[in-house]
Design a binder for this molecule. Structure first.
Ligand SMILES: NC(=O)c1ccc[n+]([C@@H]2O[C@H](COP(=O)([O-])OP(=O)(O)OC[C@H]3O[C@@H](n4cnc5c(N)ncnc54)[C@H](O)[C@@H]3O)[C@@H](O)[C@H]2O)c1
Length: 255
């Protein structure tokens, strides 16, 4: 059994009960971790408070990761509240609606910038914020998708942002390794969440997984949570800079 008693985890990206962040938060909490759950803005506060309230030891914090000052304030607050951090979960991504609707050739400069800023750069920003608090070493993880590597309909600029995010995981792993801070990504199969709703023909992607993945089914948030629990724990102490697929095996198939 994995025991995270005495460990403090900060989780970014909770929007509602369908969020992957929520699947992960539940698993970390079951294992005994103290949780700082972050939501993006006032609009999401009620859901975040309600969900966090159902966990043994969780507080909520507001932080828009596209604003440097909010990140700075958040980590100062986390330092004051907990004194240290052991685990950081980054489950945050965004691209403007047009960019994941229009043909890829019409990707705008601004849409490209925003997608990369929110979906990739923010991992660097929060890792830097967490670094001085990870005094006992730490485990940082993010969520990516196979669209970084292969072309999926409508995923468009988000595929580029995920490719950047995966490279970011490797560079951060190299940068933070000497502090015994590990950095990994989970590449989740498609799950119907708020973010996924923005991607046209998402059901087709889900159906392709059922048909072609070795396990012939889709995965859920709690299965991602289980992999996150492993990456958060000492059981994965020798693993850093890796992309772990939780996708029912879909990525190994050719046809
Ligand atoms: N759902 C899928 O099929 C799937 C598959 C693979 C990877 N992912 C990734 O998982 C992660 C979580 O997404 P999800 O599917 O749970 O959807 P979600 O909509 O529940 O979560 C996305 C979160 O990103 C947050 N966010 C966006 N911009 C932000 C900002 N500026 N500051 C702070 N937070 C911000 C949103 O508030 C939301 O909580 C994303 O990185 C997504 O790309 C999702």
């Amino acid at each position: 059994m994995i025991d995270l008693n005495g460990k403090v985890a900060v989780v970014f990206g909770l929007a509602n009960k369908r969020s992957i962040a929520w699947g992960i938060a539940q698993k970390l909490s079951e294992a005994g971790a103290t949780l700082a759950i972050c939501y993006q803005n006032e609009r999401l506060k009620r859901d975040a408070d309600e969900l966090a309230g159902s966990l043994a030891s969780a507080k909520t914090f507001q932080c828009d990761l596209s604003v440097d000052a909010e990140i700075e304030t958040l980590f100062a607050t986390l330092k004051e509240t907990y004194g240290k951090l052991n685990i950081l979960v980054h489950a945050v991504a965004f691209a403007p609606a047009d960019e994941i609707k229009n043909d890829f050739i019409f990707t705008s400069r601004e849409g490209f910038r925003i997608a990369h800023d929110v979906s990739s750069y923010t991992l660097i920003a929060v890792s830097r914020g967490a670094m001085p608090l990870m005094t006992e070493g730490g485990s940082i993880m993010t969520l990516t998708y196979y669209g970084s590597t292969k072309v999926f309909p409508n995923y468009n600029v988000m595929g580029l942002a995920k490719a950047s995010l995966e490279a970011c995981v490797r560079y951060l792993a190299a940068s933070l390794g000497s502090k015994n801070i590990r950095v990994n990504a989970i590449s989740a199969g498609p799950i119907k969440t708020l973010a996924a709703r923005g991607i046209g023909d998402f059901t087709k992607i889900l159906d392709a997984v059922t048909e072609r993945a070795p396990l012939h089914r889709n995965i859920d948030q709690l299965e991602v949570g289980n992999a996150a629990l492993f990456l958060a724990s000492d059981l994965s102490s020798g693993i850093t800079g890796e992309i772990t697929y939780v996708d029912a095996g879909y990525n190994i198939t050719g046809l």
